[in-house]
Write a protein that binds this ligand. Structure first.
Ligand code: PEP
Ligand code: MG
Length: 425
């Protein structure tokens, strides 16, 4: 009955948007357009047609929200939390979004138009120059190697992953499959998607993160109750461990797809060793069931996200239980600094360079290496080019970033002498 209620709710929402004439404004423009909105939910953003959206500008929202992260993944310039009077008079007029300066111009004058065209051209040339780095190994001047992987939210992102020469996929946010759907995705539906990603990437590693729903990623048909503090609430692995039927469906699809490529499974929002043991047990049951049914499976690596301070503090113990670590700096920063990543007013306080965060990363990498496993970063900080040298000095093994950031980071890696950097610190 609960699930049916969600369906009725969904239909009523859709009916209202259609009756209000506000449905799919982007598609109605008839040509690629800039979308200006009060706010965009991650579920709406992931459904935008990348070829029809030049940019989007929202009045609300925060820089660390999944809407902003998706824009980076899709390489769409976006302005979030823009103090713009929202009126319909901007509809159909010429606009320019300068993502690097954080400015939108409506009906720009000739001089602005010319200056922006020049900037666009310079940006294009910079990108073309980076193309010469394709096919090169990510190795520093003194021989230290690092894996440069891509973050994706959707199989539509695979084209940009290949164009940017990613060494693998370091974070496939599988929850977007659930957000794009109006029902629990079946084992078969998920299997087809994971298999396609695995086959497209060939022998390159594809790390698929299990369902990380909750907080800003809301899914009606999960029938979740409103919470006082959703970021600290019933989300991610907590849902999976209390709803094993949902978790097992996804695990079955992942194990089956792992027979077709180099899939690795990653679990989010881990706080301690008990959770990991419980997860491994459920995964083992799934593996056994599939084998008994005579269904082909691979032997996927299983790793965890380190995105809670608790996981950092026990990372020495966790490292003995898993195959790899991936540090989720977005949540790690929010939980360490006690700053809600969704709150625009706190963007100025959200200091991902805080020494507490950098020390935590270093500690996690050290503990991983002591146990003989690798550690990467898949939070947005991994793409921060001012820290690339620092991450190399810490011995970070992998950086998973939005596809457009791979070649610029490769350039820094190729020009870095880690030994000299450490000596000069
Ligand atoms: C993170 O928390 O850093 C992360 C990569 O996961 P998400 O941004 O999806 O919460
Ligand atoms: Mg996270």
């Amino acid at each position: 009955m609960k699930e049916r209620a969600a369906d009725v709710h969904d239909i009523s929402e859709r009916l209202l948007t259609i009756l209000n004439g506000t449905d799919s404004a982007a598609a109605d423009a008839g040509e690629p357009a800039i979308i200006v909105a009060d706010d965009l939910a991650p579920s709406e953003t992931v459904q935008l047609d990348k070829d029809q959206v030049l940019s989007f500008v929202t009045v609300h929202g925060s820089l660390n929200s999944h809407t902003a992260i998706l824009a980076r993944t899709m390489a769409i310039p976006a302005l979030i939390g823009t103090p713009l009077p929202l009126d319909e008079t901007v509809d159909g007029r010429l606009g320019i979004v300068d993502g690097s300066a954080g400015v939108i111009y409506v009906d720009p004058d000739e001089a602005t138009l010319a200056a922006m065209r020049e900037k666009q051209q310079a940006e294009k040339q910079k990108k073309e120059l980076l193309q010469t780095l394709k096919g090169k190994e990510n190795i520093t001047l003194d021989g230290q190697k690092v894996m440069l992987y891509a973050n994706i939210g959707n199989i539509k992102d695979l084209a940009t992953v290949l164009q940017n020469d990613a060494g693998g996929i370091g974070l496939f946010r599988s929850e977007f499959i659930y957000l794009e759907s109006d029902h629990y995705p079946t084992e078969e539906e998920q299997f087809r998607i994971y298999k396609q990603v695995a086959e497209t990437m060939g022998n390159k590693r594809v790390i698929i993160r299990t369902l990380d729903i909750g907080a800003d990623k809301k899914c009606d048909y999960f029938g979740m109750e409103p919470e006082e503090n959703p970021a600290l609430g019933y989300r991610a692995i907590r849902i999976c461990l209390t709803r094993p039927e949902v978790f097992k469906t996804q695990l079955r699809a992942l194990f089956r797809a792992s027979a077709f490529g180099k899939i690795a499974i990653m679990y989010p929002m881990i706080t301690g060793i008990q959770e990991v043991r419980q997860i491994r047990q459920i995964a083992e049951e799934v593996r056994k069931e599939l084998t008994e049914q005579g269904i082909a499976i691979g032997d996927p690596e299983q790793g965890i996200m380190i995105e809670t301070p608790a996981a950092v503090m026990v990372s020495d113990m966790l490292a003995k239980e898993v195959d790899f670590f991936s540090i989720g700096t977005n949540d790690l920063t929010q939980y360490t600094l006690a700053i809600d990543r969704q709150n625009t007013k706190l963007d100025a306080f959200y200091d991902a360079h805080h020494p507490a965060i950098l020390r935590m990363i270093s500690m996690v990498v050290e503990n991983a290496h002591k146990a003989g496993i690798w550690a990467g970063i898949c939070g947005e900080l991994g793409a921060d080019q001012t820290l690339t040298r620092e991450f190399l000095a810490m011995g970070v093994d992998e950086l998973s970033v939005s596809p457009g950031s791979i070649l610029p980071i490769r350039k820094i890696v190729l020009e870095t002498d880690v030994g000299a950097y450490k000596a000069g610190k």
